[in-house]
Design a protein around this ligand. Structure first.
Ligand code: ZN
Length: 157
């Protein structure tokens, strides 16, 4: 397990160092801001929807390694995905990182997440859960377009 954790840690650091889709989209249909005042993570996310398909997605901004790698992994996973697939992945990701400390997470649940599974360990650090989920909340905000700027502080769970 510690070897796996080390692999995951390297994956997080690697995505932080070389984030994927770290760009502003010239053409987009949705965008939103995501801000996590607890840590200072602040990103903007853009996406281009073609019908039900996320044909392009990008983000820019700055924050901690967890938030940046999470946004990088999320955008990699969602590029080319349908909205239904995106929602399903968010549900899976959310349920893994919200699993109570001490409760076992089935191995296959982490595997289903692909590289995002590397972030499963944040559940042991409740303050970092907001870092790991920020990009997803920004994505939801972009898709609903009800608010241009979201803050994790609004979230009452
Ligand atoms: Zn953070």
């Amino acid at each position: 397990m510690s070897e796996l954790n080390e692999l995951y840690q390297q994956l997080i650091l690697e995505h932080n160092k070389t984030p994927r889709n770290f760009k502003k989209l010239e053409q987009f249909t949705h965008d939103a801001d995501g801000y996590n005042p607890l840590c200072g993570d602040h990103y903007h996310i853009w996406l281009k929807l073609d019908g039900e398909t996320i044909s392009d997605i990008g983000f820019q901004g700055s924050g901690c390694a967890i938030s940046k790698s999470s946004a990088s992994m999320m955008t990699s996973a969602l590029k080319g995905a349908s909205l239904t697939e995106a929602r399903a992945l968010f549900e899976k990701f959310h349920s893994v990182i919200m699993t109570k400390i001490g409760d076992p997470i089935p191995e296959e649940k982490i595997e289903e997440l692909g590289s995002l599974g590397a972030l499963a360990g944040v559940r042991e650090f409740p303050a970092r859960i907001k870092c790991a989920s920020l990009a997803w909340h920004a994505l939801n905000a972009a898709l609903t377009q009800t608010e241009k700027s979201i803050s994790t502080e609004i979230e009452k769970k």
